[in-house]
Design a protein around this ligand. Sequence first.
Ligand code: HDD
Length: 696
Amino acid sequence: MANEFELSEGGANHQKPKGDDDVMTTAQGAPIADDQNWLTAGPRGPQLLEDHIAREKIFHFDHERIPERVVHARGYGVHGHFELKKAIPQYSRARIFNETGVKVPTFTRFSTVAGNKGSPDLARDVRGFATKFYTQEGNWDLVGNNIPVFFIQDAIKFPDLVHAAKPAPDRGFPQAQTAHDNFWDFVSLSPESMHMIMWIMSDRTIPRSFRFMEGFGVHTFRLLNAQGESHFVKFHWKPKQGLQSVLWNEAVKINGADPDFHRRDMWDSIDAGDFPQWDLGIQVFDDAFAEEFEFDVLDSTKIIPEERVPVEIIGTLTLDANVDNFFAETEQVAFCTQNIVSGIDFSDDPLLQGRNFSYLDTQLKRLGGPNFTHIPINAPRCPVRHFQQDGHMAMTNPKGRVNYEPNSWGEGDGMEEDRGPRACPTRGFTSYEAPVDGRKVRYRSESFADHYSQARQFYKSQTPIEQTHMGNALTFELSKVERMDIRKRMVGHLRRIDEDLALVVADGLGLADMPDKVPAARETIEDLPESPALSILKNGPDSFAGRKLGIYIAEGGDAALVSALKQAAKDAGATVEIVAPHVAGAKLSDGEKMAADQKIDGAPSVLYDAVAIVMGADAAEKFALDKPSIDFVNDAFAHAKFIGYVAAAKPLLKGAGVAERMDDGFVELSDGSSATNFLKSCGKLRFWDREKVKQD
Ligand code: HDD
């Protein structure tokens, strides 16, 4: 029967006909005989408006788009589950924090912030990390980023921030980047942004994969236990895969080679059964700590260093299913910071309080009505009962006569009517009874006034390589700013953060004189202790698991070696792609043609974490003059990647200009054990010494 449907798994709003009846129908369910030819008056005659099938098809198509998100438009969603490992009843009464071993379903959407839906994945940008937990007590949304601080302290500034970062209103560019006057004008006039600027100029904003980045709830929240006692909390996601980013030059090239690099990576790894995992960590502290801490815990431009308040791991998020339908799930998912459950509460962070208004409001616009919680991806997976009714696209409608309270239906009147739901003081949400007092003022608290100390702490906590990347990023971005006064103002801020960094940038911009320091509301605390947790390289995984090896094969390559490399990569938990001059593959030493996954022109080495070159001497001579082959080697070298090569491939290395500069990042391949050694080296992810040589 064409009108019998089943809902597909994973909460998708996708309906498939049951059984083997695949007859196409209209949206009204009427079978269609021909949907490729519009009804016309005669074979070459005018089209008839009567054609209800054509009109319905075009009508629906005309309305396919919904407004893209005003920020975080480009995103990628994945299903998963959260499992609590350690109950914390002393802090929270929420079931999700008390029942270990229960798999709470989740949906996580990763995103970039500034770019539109079609922008490239490797834009230098903050990544959104938003998770919806479908708990037994309602949905909890943790709407965070991969950076633990934010640009502004008060939500009222958000429209200005976003306007300044997005394309200029007159010209409509630049897209998906901050390297332009408006952005740097705004932040250089908003000193509170300086800590965040340090983070976004670090490699955190060019992650290698969504799988290899941390997530943060950013704000201070509250946890409430069964006795109603409150503790402050900050939420952290720690990737089990380790942290990893790419280089800026690499990011620029990935955007050209594969603008979908991050979403493809996520899709492929889940499709292959390699499920990424994050530990959920909490930093819990009390009022006494909040009082003694140098910074205000309600200020979202500040962190609490992990070395100061340790991150306690309490559970694990596993992402294990791709969506069935991108629109139904990833586009329609509606995160709201206000979605919390009993046992979790807000703090007075002025950014968080403002967000609580904004998210609900934006979903109304984006999804077209107040019933977006009826869309399967947004619907709670626990009983939902209330007296809210009607509105656009109402899908789940209560039965019966009662739609108000208080009511006396069902109370001994002999009528069967259900009285409907009642509020429940014992199980229901109750807010922390925080004392509130004060005059109504528009005022930024003095306790929010230190804008440079943690920016400095972040910079100082990086390795020299990471500091160099930050200097380069600032120089690059500011070199795209046309107004000299904005460039100088930014260098004036950098002088308050670190004089050496300011010097590097001033030098990079060719400034003749060092600009004056920007006036500061508070002097920088120069000696905050370094926090190793803030560096990516100090927290690398030392494993090639989850990474990708590109093996460039050509005629005459050693077939046994390619097999050994594949095996060694598999043993290391990595994936392999075979790249060849032709996508049909190449004939190897055993006389057999090995199929290729990619043609060299479409598979530059920026798509891989490490590369190996296995070809015969004639092929190496031939491809030493071939631009894609030269770039393959040359870029792998420039991006500090490990390069495995056979001796016969040396002409290509020479053609690429690296033969004279071979270092320990090159591993000669000959047999199975050399393949294993090569993969072991790759576990370091990058041969950073090559970057050090460049710096010297
Ligand atoms: Fe926001 C989306 C994260 C401040 C207003 N935000 C959005 C998303 C993430 C964040 C991850 C995408 C959710 C998804 O995948 O659908 N936003 C943050 C973080 C912030 C932050 C970590 C600071 C700590 N945001 C912020 C402020 C406001 C907004 C201060 C407004 C006053 N954000 C929005 C929004 C969006 C949004 C306009 C756009 C689409 C959406 O909500 O659903 O309401």
